[in-house]
Design a protein around this ligand. Structure first.
Ligand code: OFO
Length: 170
């Protein structure tokens, strides 16, 4: 694979590992708030992010490139509210979508059809990632400070399983 693609994919797998780290941090925040459902939801999400990172690892290895693991930045550990945390999650997913789009542009520029094809899964996935986070943000906005509403959302999110990640907010 071309060095430019290898470098960009290595940078991106670091961003996916950071996503995993960020959601672990959010899981810990929710656990500290006794919002066990949200904590559980984030724990499923962090595993998904690790899987995303591993897809890039596998692709680089399959193309006879070299994976270079880089330092993972420290995530935020405190949020003002569950809404603030999920708003951050949504903003983060938008950022990741932008990075995926940039990778697609690079794959096109380098005429790397395999990379382009590989990235299409992520293009679709990011639509789901953004939509899911946004739905939860809207639900949390709707309940505001109502503790019963918050408890219901917490219970709903706690039912998320690894096999049905996209439906967790519904
Ligand atoms: Fe990997 O999709 Fe979220 O960050």
């Amino acid at each position: 694979m071309k060095k430019s693609i290898e470098q960009a994919f290595n940078d991106h797998l670091n961003a996916e590992f950071f996503s995993s780290y960020l959601y672990l941090s959010m899981a810990n925040y929710f656990a500290a708030q006794n919002l066990e459902g949200m904590a559980a939801w984030m724990r499923v999400q962090l595993e998904e992010e690790r899987m995303h990172a591993m897809k890039f690892v596998d692709f680089i290895n399959d193309r006879a490139g070299r994976v270079v693991l880089q330092q993972i930045n420290q995530p935020t550990i405190e949020w003002a509210s569950p809404l603030a945390a999920f708003q951050d999650a949504y903003n983060h997913e938008c950022l990741i979508s932008g990075k995926i789009n940039t990778l697609v542009d690079l794959a096109n520029k380098e005429n790397d059809h395999a990379a382009h094809n590989f990235l299409q899964w992520f293009v679709s996935e990011q639509v789901e990632e953004e939509a899911t986070a946004q739905r939860i943000v809207e639900q949390l906005k709707r309940v505001g400070d109502n503790p019963v509403g918050l408890m219901i959302i917490d219970q709903q999110l706690g039912s998320r399983t690894a096999s049905a990640p996209a439906d967790a907010a519904e």
